[in-house]
Design a protein around this ligand. Sequence first.
Ligand code: GLN
Length: 546
Amino acid sequence: MRTKFIFITGGVLSSLGKGLASASIGALMEARGLTITLLKFDPYINVDPGTMNPFQHGEVFVTDDGAETDLDLGHYERYTHAKLSQKNNCTTGRIYHSVITKERRGDYLGGTVQVIPHITDEIKGTILELADNVDVVITEVGGTVGDIESLPFLEAIRQLKGDLGRENVCYIHLTLVPHIKAAGELKTKPTQHSVKELREIGIQPDILLCRTDRFLPPEIKAKIALFCNVEQDAVVTAKDVETIYEVPVVFHHEGLDEKIVEFLHMWTKAPDLSMWENIVGKLKNPTDEVTIAVVGKYVNLRDSYKSLTEALVHGGLANECQVNLQYVDSEEIEHSGIGDGMSRADGILVPGGFGQRGIEGKIEAIRHAREHGVPFFGICLGMQLAVVEYARNLPDLQRAHSAEFDPDTPHPVIYLMKEWINYQKDTTERRDEGSDKGGTMRLGAYPCHIKKGSFAHKAYRREVITERHRHRYEFNNRYRELLTDKGMRTSGLSPDNELVEIIEIPDHPWFLGCQFHPEFKSRLWDPHPLFREFIKASLNDKRRRR
Ligand code: GLN
């Protein structure tokens, strides 16, 4: 079978859930036995989101090969079995970078380099490069139709229909059908305008996904179909759902996957959605619940902890329990101490982060967890600060800190490694305080050896694991012996024993910090072992206290 291409665009406004819709379409294609991959285009000029503030942009998702990507790739990996890498996320910046590099090299033979055809060809090349060995390439174009920035991407996908043939390309457009209370009516005008805008640049959508709070009645679908020039059964309700994992199920019941394979002339096996239906059933009927305090800085922007919150949901699912998150601003702790709410939490989690703000508050939260036997999970920065907190309790190390926050500390228990091996490139990298901010991090998958008898080993039930990293600072080996003599356990180490990847406090119900980001690898059908065990410990703690 020839590779087929699905393009997903968005209209009316942002945040309609285009990433989730794309991921769900991937899940539906897989449920029909097809192999897929996904690609996200981001129309901004940054080469990748690595240097962007998560406050503005949300989480930076890291793939195995160490690419710093848009958070939608997290959805793609959580909903499908696609193996994603640097090739699956591309920005305007990357496209121009590549075209300009070619121009300097003289690849364009003295021609004038232009948006059409040079930029559009580069975009098309990025899509076509993914077509090997998969049945369907699903491409999501970031931004909203009408933005100046996304025009070259839309022009490129428009051209592809001619290049590849009508039956190999399907355009899906996500819009909004709001219910206006005062009129008591669903309004189709925003959708009409958005489709009009898309048609002006030459793209006639095949399928419309209409985001709305209720199922669209047939007469509304008929109206949209008429005004937007699509078939009536190609107007799909993308109804608000209780849990995001319900989206594939709702799309399927609306006939979306059937319509896609019809457009693309594909004959597939009957879709099997039992896994999704099962999981949604379990998520909606938990047998118990736990409350986890997440202590961080960007607390008002949940997007910056997207993978983390999903991994907690998965961990809950593994224990048939609902996980209630209590976001705690670490600066609040600095001002007013451990509040009532937080002291009632069944588990405490300090996630990854950068920057000085709220650091002492996080350390205070870790102290509380350690002293009161509350299950604790520290991720990346959370692990580093757990080391600092532990060190500060030793008579000789009271002024211990991470060199990131106090470059002059007499005891940099967490420090900047000047030299490290890049496993992806098999090279030795060097960095110092003056290095570029992009590209000096330990990024992507690294192997780790687990010590038997540890919390980590009980969770993974394996001795060698690989996990994804995104950080500059590391555990300082100068303090390893002292800290382990005083009761800290280093239960995960790099194969050469040089890098401390997991620390634990054995004399505690469950206290674990890891230098990597386990949340990136958690799946609904395969909850991450550390999240599973953390939730289990929190549940036990709660039951013990009851
Ligand atoms: N700021 C820390 C470092 O760079 C931790 C990073 C993180 O939590 N991802 O090492």
